[in-house]
Design a protein around this ligand. Structure first.
Ligand code: MLT
Length: 268
């Protein structure tokens, strides 16, 4: 893994292949390793794939007690500057999707195309914010075990849980190795994120919305909401997948990305 110093913090990232840039933004509480299948596949298909560990997650330390989506989006822009990537396809899953929505709002000219997977546009309501705060406090006192126990069954479809044990193990490992301070900071950052619903009509780049048919966390209705409002968007619903579509059904996810990116190619 490479590393860049951003806001005085070391940010490790994968940077594999050459060609047009694709930035992959992971979900919470995960890290860039969730994109392994996409990094291998898309780089072999002639793309430059960059996947950072976002602030407070993976190997990147949190910069403060709250990691906002805006902080993370600005970190991504700073990383692109360092890598001399002016414009890229930006793909985010769940929390990474919030960061992608923030990024396209802040830096529209740097986005060639957008991929929003397992995410949603509206902000949290008050009860959702309270749950995040309770979870943040609990992580800081108890660590990450309870998160793995409570969420695996929502993150993964029944078929993944019984038939893809290496995916189950990988998701569990990512949760357990997350730094509780960094995970709590990301939870607090998500709690204060903006409502992106009003931004959707002004997104001016080709957009692919992806959702797992069985995702209870960010269900199909959330994806349809974005697809209905983003003018130049298409929707892909992935069967036999819940929240972690790219890990649960990598072949389908990869083919969808390749088709979409190929249709919106421009020189590196
Ligand atoms: C994620 O997978 O990134 C989270 O489920 C996002 C969230 O908690 O809103």
């Amino acid at each position: 893994m490479n590393s860049a110093r951003i806001r005085e913090i070391e940010m490790p990232f994968d940077d594999v292949g050459s060609g047009a840039g694709i930035i992959l933004l992971h979900g919470y509480p995960f890290d860039s390793s969730m994109w392994r299948e996409q990094i291998d596949f898309l780089s072999a298909q002639g793309n430059r794939v960059v996947a950072p560990d976002l602030c407070g997650l993976g190997e990147t330390k949190a910069a403060s007690e709250i990691s906002t989506m805006e902080d993370m989006a600005r970190d991504v822009a700073a990383l692109m500057d360092k890598l001399e990537i002016d414009r890229a396809v930006v793909c985010g899953l769940s929390m990474g999707g919030y960061v992608a929505l923030e990024f396209v709002h802040l830096f529209p000219s740097r986005v060639r195309a957008l991929i929003l997977a397992g995410t949603r546009a509206p902000a949290d309501n008050e009860p959702e914010k309270q749950v995040r705060e309770q979870q943040a406090r609990r992580m800081l006192t108890e660590g990450m075990n309870f998160v793995a126990d409570a969420t695996l069954r929502k993150l993964l479809a029944p078929r993944t849980l019984t038939e893809k044990l290496e995916v189950v193990a990988h998701v569990r490992e990512m949760i357990l190795r997350s730094d509780p301070q960094g995970a709590a900071a990301a939870q607090r950052g998500m709690a204060v994120r903006r409502n992106y619903s009003d931004d959707l009509a002004s997104i001016n780049v080709p957009t692919l919305v992806i959702v797992g048919r069985e995702d209870p966390i960010r269900p199909v209705a959330d994806a349809e909401f974005m697809h209905d409002r983003i003018r130049n968007s298409s929707l892909q619903i992935i069967e036999d997948a819940a929240h972690m579509t790219n890990m649960e059904q990598p072949e389908i996810f990869n083919r969808a990305l390749l088709r979409f990116i190929g249709a919106h190619n421009e020189p590196a």
